[in-house]
Write a protein that binds this ligand. Structure first.
Ligand SMILES: Nc1ncnc2c1ncn2[C@@H]1O[C@H](COP(=O)(O)OP(=O)(O)OP(=O)(O)O)[C@@H](O)[C@H]1O
Ligand SMILES: N[C@@H](CCO)C(=O)O
Length: 293
């Protein structure tokens, strides 16, 4: 028997749609695996009632199939589904790391990212790896078709999760199919700025690099209170705010001394818009780890 904790993640960070991701300190999924003749799944914790226990429909079950590593899998959800905080990815990441260790397969982290991305494909229709990469490798990650890059970074973040549900499938449906060249140039500038900010542990550059004009506005329209929450966060000292993953969570960057104020301002602004929310104060965190053997 073996237990792995895999963290929530924030993908895109505005300018890095389907490319950037970052591991958060918390929340996290905790997955326990035991060898078995065939895979079975039990789910408890946040939003468990919305998560299928059929292995073919659960990201962790798909990972077990991909690794040919049948197991009884217990998932304790810390990351609520359809959150924008990589809920389905956290289970896939934890299962990939746990089953690899349980069956002593010795895959590299990058290989496990590809396996876990197949779990994501089962629920969202596409094998995007921008959540599973940071959940497995930790840090700030850049995912391309030809590989994954992970950078250790130390930048304070606030993830604010409202009590709204937005499925990744729906949020991908509103992404424009094309973009103006001006907007593409702006996005490249922001992405480069954000990457430099992560490399230099510079919250100001990271925040400025979150600015993006194509995907973010389309998705912001699905989140009640979005503009007011961004404004409140900025007034409280956030250097940048954007949609986390496919939403509805928002992610903000800030200097350490402003983190508490930014978190409170975001929760209060959501409350003013009639939406309950909770904020997670985080840094750029570590990837999945074995917590018990
Ligand atoms: N182990 C799992 N954990 C969470 N959701 C799962 C799992 N397996 C399957 N699902 C399904 O995946 C969907 C949630 O995934 P979705 O990608 O919409 O949310 P998310 O992972 O929180 O968001 P994002 O990818 O934007 O950060 C739900 O339909 C849920 O039932
Ligand atoms: N890059 C993905 C992350 C959500 O899983 C998206 O924004 O749709």
């Amino acid at each position: 028997m073996l237990t792995v904790r895999a963290p929530a993640t924030s993908a895109n960070l505005g300018s890095g749609f389907d490319v950037f991701g970052v591991a958060l300190d918390r929340p996290a999924d905790v997955v326990t695996v035991e060898r078995a003749a065939e895979t079975t799944i039990e789910v408890s914790g946040a939003g468990a009632q919305y998560i299928p226990e059929d292995p073919a429909k659960n990201t962790a079950g798909v990972v077990a199939r991909e690794l040919d590593a049948p197991a009884h899998i217990r998932i304790d959800k810390g990351v609520r589904p359809s959150s924008g905080l990589g809920s389905s990815a956290a289970s896939a990441a934890a299962a990939a790391v746990a089953l690899d260790a349980l069956y002593e397969r010795g895959h590299t982290g990058e290989e496990l990212v590809r396996v876990a991305a197949e779990g994501e494909a089962a629920v969202s229709g596409e094998a995007h790896a921008d959540n599973v990469a940071p959940s497995i490798l930790g840090g700030f990650t850049v995912v391309r078709d030809d590989g994954v890059l992970s950078i250790d970074a130390d930048v304070p973040l606030v993830a604010c999760l409202p009590e709204i549900v937005v499925s990744t499938r729906d949020a991908r449906g509103v992404v424009p199919r094309s973009a103006e060249m001006d907007d593409v140039v702006h996005t490249v500038g922001s992405a480069a700025t954000l990457t430099a900010g992560m490399q230099r542990d510079d919250p100001s550059l990271v925040g400025r690099g979150m600015d993006e004009r194509v995907v973010t506005p389309a998705r912001a329209a699905l989140i009640d209170g979005y503009d007011a929450v961004c404004e409140a966060a900025a007034d409280a000292g956030a250097t940048g705010v954007t949609v986390s993953g496919a939403g509805p969570a928002l992610i903000a960057a800030c200097y350490p001394a402003r983190q508490r104020a930014v978190a409170s301002a975001m929760v209060e602004a959501f409350a003013d818009a009639g939406v309950d929310a909770r904020a997670y104060r985080s840094s750029v965190g570590d990837g999945a780890e074995i917590v018990e053997r």
